[in-house]
Design a binder for this molecule. Structure first.
Ligand code: ZN
Length: 285
């Protein structure tokens, strides 16, 4: 296997066929529409119960509910749109995360883009400085205040996510919000002025009271809930005993790699980090 982390079987291939753009093209023959209502996605399944976007010929049926249309870019020759829709009594909506099991990585990627762009657009209708109504920029993904010329671009919140390891054991924790019995890797947001490495060391110390070293960056995943970008690491245990940050962490512990608790499904970076470590030490995920 190649040394490039992105080529490892357990990490999804990067989607290099997608060319991002905010400017609606004059011509296209194929299109995918990702219908969004607030932070939820319209449930639209094919015969195999797999989620798929609405295509050009189907879009006519949904047109009367359309509120706002955002061009996301081209996937190959397919024009991709996020469409904010209003009331649609016959259509069910769901959060993206609960559809992970019915979507491949490409659809998670594109639907996540649609949700993030919609969220940004809804939340930047007024200038944050003077309160005037903003307008969409003609070519760029920006909302612009005509009075003070402030440009508001989509905001991303970088976060670290880390699997801490100690030989044949890994440190997993459960958040108060997790489903019963579910454990995962540690994660936390970058603070202003911090490097990613500083964030990682601080978050691990804050959440479970231990010190880590030998950080290894493995890859990233957009996490549109609503606007994170997860940067995934392995880190080696250095010193300290587990002390929980009780407001955030319900439980944490060292788990033998051949006897793990319930962990996230194969669509999430937490799982890629865990599977990658299992592979490193020669255990099948
Ligand atoms: Zn302004």
């Amino acid at each position: 296997m190649s040394g490039n982390v992105l080529m490892k079987a357990i990490w999804p291939e990067p989607n290099l066929a997608f060319v991002s753009s905010a400017k609606i093209p004059n011509e296209y023959t194929k299109a995918w529409y990702f219908l969004v209502q607030g932070d939820r996605l319209a449930i639209h399944l094919d015969a195999d119960e797999q989620w798929r976007p609405v295509n050009e010929s189907e879009m006519g049926f949904f047109a009367k509910a359309e509120l706002e249309r955002h061009f996301l870019g081209f996937h190959g020759d397919v024009a991709c749109f996020g469409v904010e829709v209003g009331d649609m009594p016959d259509v069910e909506f769901s959060g993206l995360r609960s559809l992970f099991g019915q979507m491949d990585n490409l659809m998670i990627d594109l639907a996540g883009r649609a949700l993030q762009v919609s969220d940004w657009y809804r939340n930047h209708q007024y200038c944050g400085k003077c309160g005037a109504r903003t307008e969409m920029h003609d070519n760029d993904r920006a909302m612009v205040c005509g009075t003070c010329r402030i440009f508001s671009y989509p905001r991303l919140s970088p976060s670290i996510i880390v699997l801490v390891h100690r030989g044949p054991e890994v440190l997993l924790a459960r958040n108060h919000r997790f489903a019963e019995g579910m454990y995962s890797t540690l994660a936390g947001f970058v603070e202003p002025g911090e490097s990613i490495e500083q964030t990682l060391v601080r978050e691990v110390k804050e959440e479970v009271g231990i010190n880590v070293n030998n950080l290894e960056y493995l890859g990233s995943q957009p996490w549109p809930f609503p606007n994170s970008l997860m940067l995934g690491f392995h880190a080696e245990y250095e010193s300290g005993e587990i002390v929980l940050q009780e407001e955030e962490i319900a439980d944490a512990g060292w788990f033998a790699c051949n006897n793990l608790p319930n962990i996230p499904g194969k669509s999430a970076i937490a799982r890629w980090l865990i599977d990658d470590y299992l592979e490193k030490i020669g255990i099948d995920g």
